[in-house]
Design a protein around this ligand. Structure first.
Ligand SMILES: Nc1ncnc2c1ncn2[C@@H]1O[C@H](COP(=O)(O)OP(=O)(O)OP(=O)(O)O)[C@@H](O)[C@H]1O
Ligand SMILES: [Mg+2]
Length: 238
């Protein structure tokens, strides 16, 4: 195996259902969408994960990033700074896109987040230059001082990607960020992720429902969840 940054060894993901719900539906209290999974994320790759609804894609991202512990098995991580681009609207509508993107830096002055070295080590000029370079690259410069309420979903997704890049994270996790976009918007977003991967060298794990023929143009490796298995069906190197 090449240079991995995250490795899952015999990982089982389970949820403990509420007693009354389990009794009512006459099902076991423990629900296990994924059982005994082995997989890895390589350093610098753009990995896509596909699979049917409910197959465990979001759960897999949560376990990879440490938001959730596996029920069984081991998750090894060589990196710890993660960025997230989700499908839901997570930008604060009271703030502009610029303020949303820079929120972690504002917080750094106020709270214990100032312990995070990559925030502490940035000066204002550096932050401004980095912001401008990113917003230009992702074509959101004209709306940077608007509220997310007045921006399209694609623009908001690119703002989230910009924030992840500003934070200098090692791995960016994206959970079906294309879901509310039309086909042009999806292509634009995939291109932005490809740039984040190729130009900024970010490792990207993208959960997506996009068609494999489209995906293969942008990602370096594709895996899919089939039943209880993770199957690799495309790798640029192979
Ligand atoms: N908190 C929870 N409690 C109980 N069951 C859960 C919980 N979260 C998810 N599940 C179940 O685990 C399974 C996997 O969920 P997950 O959200 O990971 O699927 P997914 O592949 O991301 O689905 P989708 O394509 O709809 O986003 C689903 O059957 C879901 O109902
Ligand atoms: Mg999901």
């Amino acid at each position: 195996m090449k240079n991995w940054v995250i490795k899952l060894e015999n990982v089982t993901i389970s949820y403990r259902l509420d007693k009354s719900v389990a009794r009512k539906s006459n099902v076991s209290r423990i629900f296990t969408p994924l059982d005994g999974i082995d997989m890895h994320v390589q350093d610098g790759e753009f990995l896509s994960i596909s699979g049917p609804n409910g197959s465990g894609k979001t759960s897999l991202l949560k376990v990879m990033s440490g938001i959730m512990n596996p029920f069984k098995g081991k998750v090894h991580r060589k990196v710890s700074n993660f960025g997230f681009v989700s499908q839901s609207q997570v930008l604060l509508p009271e703030l502009t896109l610029r303020e949303n993107i820079l929120l972690p830096f504002f917080l750094a002055n106020e709270t214990h987040y100032s312990d995070i070295s990559y925030i502490k080590n940035c000066d204002e000029q550096e932050i401004h230059e980095k912001l401008m370079a990113n917003v230009k690259r992702f074509n959101i410069q004209s709306i940077i001082d608007k509220s997310p309420r007045t921006c399209s979903v694609g623009q908001q997704q690119r703002a989230l990607l910009t924030r992840a890049l500003m934070m200098d994270c090692d791995v960016i996790f994206a959970d079906e960020p294309e879901q509310n976009l039309d086909s042009d918007g999806r292509i634009e977003l995939f291109k932005s992720f490809q740039e984040a991967n190729r130009i900024y060298g970010k490792t990207i794990v993208l959960v997506t429902q996009e068609h494999p023929d489209v995906l293969k143009r942008y990602v370096s490796r594709c895996v899919k969840i089939k039943g209880n298995e993770i199957i690799e069906f495309f790798s640029r190197a192979s």
